[in-house]
Write a protein that binds this ligand. Structure first.
Ligand SMILES: Cc1cc2nc3c(=O)[nH]c(=O)nc-3n(C[C@H](O)[C@H](O)[C@H](O)COP(=O)(O)OP(=O)(O)OC[C@H]3O[C@@H](n4cnc5c(N)ncnc54)[C@H](O)[C@@H]3O)c2cc1C
Length: 336
C-alpha cells in the first residue's frame, strides 16, 4: 500500500443533497465515510434561494436546508452522524484500484459514490464569454450586489429564472425577464410573485448577442414569432437556461452513460463494480428531494454491497448492516 494514501470504506464525491444524504446512511451503518467537495458545501441547494417544494421544510432559504444537512452529516453523534468532509477537488478516480485523486491527496475506498450534480448551462452566443462575471452571470445569487442601480436582463422561463429575477429586483433599478416560449415554465405562484414585484416579462424573445466595450451595454433580441430584431440597453445579463450534468469524471472513468447522464440500476450501481452514482448526474427529475432520495438508495445499496463483500471474504461482523445480520448475507450468497 502506497505510504501517503488514506483508506476509507466509502468515498463520496460531491456534497450536494445527494452526496450528503448518502453519507448519512453509510456512516450510520458504521462505514467510515469521507465526502469530498470542491466548492461550497450544499451544492446547488445552497444557492437555491426560496425552496418551497422540500417536504418538512416550509418555504425558506435553501442555504438553511443545506446547512442543516451539513451539520447532520458532519457533527459528532448524537448531534450528527460524524462523517468526514474535505474541501478538495477530485481530479481522477481509478476504478481498478479504487483510488480517488484530488489536487492535494489520494484516498482509497472500498466503494465510491459520484454525486457531482450539475452546472448552469450557457447559451454560447456572441459576447457571452467575454463578459462572464463582469456583466454576465448564470443565476443571480452570487453577483446580486453588482446589480445596484442597474438595468438587468434575466433570460429563461423556469423557477430558477424567476428566482434570479426576484433576487435581482432587490438591487437593480429595473429587471426585464425574456423567455423564448409563450408562457413561463415556473410555478404559477412564482409568476404571480414576479408580476407583483414589478418584473417586466416578455415572451417569444431570444437573446442573439451581447454588445459592449468594457462593460455590457446592449443586447440584441429577436422575436421568434415575427423575426423582428431590436437592441435593448442593459447593464447586466443573467442566464438561467437550464443545467447540464457534471459528468467529466464519470466519462473519464469510462462509466456507461445514458445520453448525458450516468447509467445506474435501481440501486444506483453504475457499470463498474463498487462505483455508485446519484442525484442530478443520473437520469430523472432534478429536485432537491429526488437527489436526497437517490442518495439514500445509494447509501443503503453500498452498505449491503460492502457487507456482502465482507461475508464473501469469510469476515463475519457483529450487528446489522443495512438491516441484515452477517448470517442473513451468508444465506443470500448461498441462494445466489
Ligand atoms: C438556482 C437553483 C435553484 C434551485 N431551486 C430548487 C428548488 O427550489 N427546489 C428543488 O427541489 N430543486 C431546486 N434546484 C435543483 C436542485 O438544487 C438540484 O436538483 C440538486 O441540488 C441536485 O443535487 P446533487 O447533490 O445531485 O448535485 P449538486 O447540488 O449540484 O451538488 C453536487 C456537488 O458536487 C460538487 N462537485 C462536482 N464535481 C466535483 C469534483 N470533481 N470534486 C469535488 N466535488 C465536486 C459540486 O461542487 C457540488 O457541490 C435548484 C437549482 C438551482 C441551480
Amino acid at each position: 500500500m502506497e505510504k501517503n494514501i488514506k483508506e476509507k470504506d466509502v468515498i463520496i464525491v460531491g456534497a450536494g443533497p445527494a452526496g450528503l444524504s448518502a453519507a448519512i446512511f453509510t456512516q450510520l451503518d458504521g462505514w467510515n465515510t469521507l465526502i469530498i467537495e470542491s466548492d461550497w458545501v450544499g451544492g446547488q441547494g445552497a444557492i437555491a434561494y426560496t425552496v418551497a417544494n422540500y417536504p418538512g421544510f416550509p418555504p425558506g432559504d435553501g442555504k438553511v436546508l443545506m446547512e442543516n444537512m451539513e451539520k447532520q452529516v458532519t457533527l459528532s453523534p448524537p448531534a450528527g452522524v460524524g462523517a468526514e468532509l474535505k474541501q478538495e477537488k477530485v481530479i481522477n478516480i481509478d476504478t481498478d484500484e479504487m483510488v480517488v485523486t484530488t489536487e492535494t491527496n489520494r484516498y482509497k475506498g472500498k466503494a465510491i459514490i459520484l454525486a457531482t450534480g450539475s452546472k448552469m448551462q450557457n447559451l454560447g452566443i456572441p459576447g457571452e464569454r467575454k463578459f462572464i462575471g463582469k456583466g454576465v452571470s448564470y443565476y443571480a445569487v452570487r453577483d446580486s450586489e453588482k446589480f445596484t442601480g442597474k438595468r438587468v436582463l434575466v433570460v429563461g422561463g423556469g423557477n430558477t429564472t424567476a428566482k434570479s429575477a426576484l433576487i435581482a429586483k432587490t438591487e437593480a433599478s429595473e429587471v426585464i425577464l425574456v423567455h423564448r416560449r409563450e408562457a413561463m415554465r415556473a410555478y404559477p405562484a412564482m409568476v404571480k410573485r414576479l408580476q407583483k414585484e414589478g418584473v417586466k416579462i416578455r415572451y417569444n424573445i431570444e437573446v442573439k448577442e451581447i454588445k459592449g466595450e468594457d462593460e455590457v451595454e446592449k443586447v440584441v433580441l429577436v422575436n421568434n414569432k415575427t423575426g423582428t430584431e431590436e437592441e435593448m440597453t442593459v447593464n447586466w445579463v443573467v442566464f438561467c437556461v437550464g443545467t447540464r450534468p457534471n459528468t467529466e469524471l464519470a466519462r473519464k472513468m469510462g462509466l456507461e452513460m445514458m445520453g448525458d447522464f450516468v447509467k445506474v440500476d435501481e440501486q444506483m450501481k453504475t457499470s463498474r463494480k463498487g462505483i455508485f452514482a446519484c442525484g442530478d448526474i443520473i437520469p430523472g427529475p432534478r429536485h432537491l428531494i429526488n437527489a436526497a432520495a437517490d442518495g439514500v438508495l445509494a447509501g443503503m445499496a453500498i452498505s449491503e454491497y460492502l457487507a456482502l463483500e465482507m461475508v464473501k471474504m469469510g469476515e463475519m461482523f457483529i450487528g446489522a448492516k443495512n438491516g441484515k445480520y452477517a448470517d442473513e448475507y451468508l444465506a443470500m450468497l448461498k441462494r445466489d
